[in-house]
Design a protein around this ligand. Structure first.
Ligand code: FAD
Ligand code: NAI
Length: 507
């Protein structure tokens, strides 16, 4: 009897999944008819197609505004799985969602310009945009006026002005960074296998150095060692004894945002996986073949050490983008801001009217994570939908008041009742509170099919690490992927990597 019920339940859930996927596929191919822009409505300009702004676009009722999106990236990138793309566990297109798909499914037409905002003129309410893509038309630069502006341009890579970083290191923020790393890993391996290469040079070429022990650096180091253990050493056995991954961190430990036990777990797990961690090691200079780092010797004194490398990945956190810095310099209230645009509890840029900021470019006392950016974006969508409703109700009330002035006494009573009803609606609509962030926890993959998680549970916190946490990590990120299409592609990639191994060809 139990088996019969289990079978029925399985059958129903398979049927439901097939139905859901079929509906998603149908929906993808049948976007709705869209209404055209209405000049009487406000121009809402949105800068960026990242976590903050796409979350806003997803929930925004675009019929209420003339929405214009400006971003040099015509897709949304699911960054949590980007480290997996550097070694081919996941193909980069599986975690990209075209912005055109997202916008084409909105009720009202949304304009998209593939361009970079180069300057925001806060006084004149104009965004200056430049087409930075390879193919240029006659017009490459333009001005976009706005009534309302949302800035969600994220952050750029921090280098702290350390010489040689931009010239010689790879970053890990965008798809092309991941592609560059993937190519360079294989280039190092093939160059190290070149005839008559000296043992010292082989060791240098196969020394993979990651600078920055935050989650980006840790996840990448874990993925790279997996690639070596599971695939590379099988296909290129000659590199077996020389391939080596080192993680360099200036602070006394890696993953400072995780609890102490998970930091210890990660460090011991890296030791087992043969990933070297060099803490209290601050990189000061980068050349094409080695880095120079300030180290703390066992006696407490400091010294400089040269560390040769073949591949150098730089993951030392975020810095403010020039367009944001420039806007900060125009607003006196932002004079003391350093890490980005300071915003209030409604995500309004302090000292500016009708300009909002979300995600990594906004400073609202939260960590610069996807989780925060997505919640801020969703909050803004609610705020803008509410503001539009408020405007509509207020316009109706003005109309009714004018009608009431010329109405006969018996009609007046009915109109007054309608006005009161609108007032009640207005009070209900205006009840939207300030933004409040709900932290769901932190997750990071640490290699060898292990992950660490600090997850919020009611008012407490659960810290866990290991293979079960890795399965949780996988299912959590799979469920968070932008679309069903992304989810299916990521699953296929995982299965493909498991059965056939990762691809070691260099594109
Ligand atoms: P982004 O998502 O970076 O988007 C910025 C957008 O602005 C992009 O579309 C960009 O093209 C566009 N843009 C840039 N310049 C301009 C310009 N001048 N004009 C117009 N548009 C512009 N966070 C987590 O919570 N969990 C994770 O597991 C996690 N993993 C990560 C892994 C990696 C490898 C990285 C790099 C980050 C990870 N993060 C994670 C952090 C997370 O990705 C960021 O906090 C998040 O992307 C911030 O969202 P955002 O909308 O502010 O910016
Ligand atoms: P980070 O800011 O978290 O860590 C950078 C690390 O680099 C710091 O520990 C710092 O001490 C170190 N560092 C800086 N300069 C150095 C130098 N010269 N030499 C040696 N070490 C140096 O940066 P990361 O990892 O890029 O993350 C950026 C943001 O994205 C963070 O807010 C993070 O929480 C989020 N993120 C979250 C992930 C997750 O939740 N799984 C994954 C990746 C990023």
């Amino acid at each position: 009897r139990f088996l019969r019920w289990a079978w029925r339940l399985t059958y129903l859930s398979v049927l439901a999944s097939v139905g859901y996927v079929s509906y998603q596929v149908y929906d993808l191919h049948h976007p709705p008819d869209q209404t055209d822009p209405d000049p009487s409505k406000k121009n809402l300009v949105i800068l960026g197609t990242g976590w903050g702004t796409v979350s806003l676009l997803k929930k925004l009722d675009t019929e209420n505004y003339n929405v214009v999106v400006v971003s040099p990236r015509n897709y949304f990138l699911f960054t949590p799985l980007l480290p997996s793309c550097t070694v081919g566990t996941i193909e980069h297109r599986s975690i990209m969602e075209p912005i055109r798909n997202i916008l084409r499914h909105k009720k009202a037409n949304v304009k998209y310009y593939e361009a970079e905002a180069t300057k925001i003129d806060y006084e004149k309410r104009i965004v200056y945009a430049k087409d930075e893509s390879e193919i240029k038309g006659d017009v490459m630069e333009t001005e976009i006026p706005f009534d309302m502006l949302v800035i969600g341009v994220g952050a750029e890579n921090a280098t702290f002005g350390i010489p040689g970083v931009r010239e010689h290191a790879c970053f890990l923020k965008e798809v092309n960074d991941a592609q560059k790393i993937r190519k360079q890993i294989m280039d190092c391996v093939e160059t190290a296998s070149f005839k008559d290469q000296s043992p010292d040079e082989i060791r240098r070429l196969l020394h993979m150095v990651v600078v920055g022990g935050g989650p980006t650096g840790v996840e990448f180091a874990g993925e790279l060692q997996d690639f070596f253990m599971e695939d590379l050493q099988k296909w290129v056995p000659s590199i077996k004894d020389s391939f080596h991954v080192t993680l360099v961190e200036a602070l006394p430990n890696v993953l400072p945002m995780f609890s102490k036990q998970l930091i210890e777990y990660t460090e011991s797990s890296f030791k087992e996986e043969h990933i070297e961690i060099r803490t209290k090691t601050m990189v000061k200079n980068v050349t094409d073949k080695y880095i120079e780092a300030e180290i703390q010797k066992p006696d407490g004194s400091k010294g400089i050490e040269k560390i040769p490398y073949g591949l150098l990945v730089w993951a030392t956190g975020n810095a403010v983008r020039p367009v944001v810095k420039d806007l900060m310099s125009q607003i006196p209230a932002q004079a003391k801001a350093r890490r980005g645009l300071e915003v209030n509890e409604y995500m309004v840029v302090n000292g500016a009217e009708n300009i909002w900021a979300v995600g990594d470019c906004a400073v609202a006392n939260y960590a610069p994570t996807a989780q925060v950016a997505a919640q801020e974006g969703a909050f803004l969508a609610r705020l803008f939908n509410t503001m539009a409703k408020t405007d509509a109700i207020e316009a109706e009330m003005r109309e009714l008041s004018a009608k009431q002035a010329n109405a006969k006494p018996d009609e007046r009573k009915v109109i007054l009742e309608e006005i009161n009803e609108r007032q009640r609606q207005l009070r209900r609509v205006k009840q939207i509170g300030a933004f409040s962030y709900s932290h769901q926890g932190s997750l990071a993959y640490i290699g060898a099919e292990k992950a660490v998680a600090d997850v919020s549970w009611f008012s407490g916190n659960i810290a866990s690490g290991g293979t079960m946490t890795y399965l949780f990590w996988k299912s959590a990120y799979l469920s968070m992927c932008f679309s069903t299409r992304n989810r299916i592609l990521v699953c296929f990639d995982w299965v493909k990597a498991k059965f056939f191994g990762r691809d070691v060809s260099r594109e």
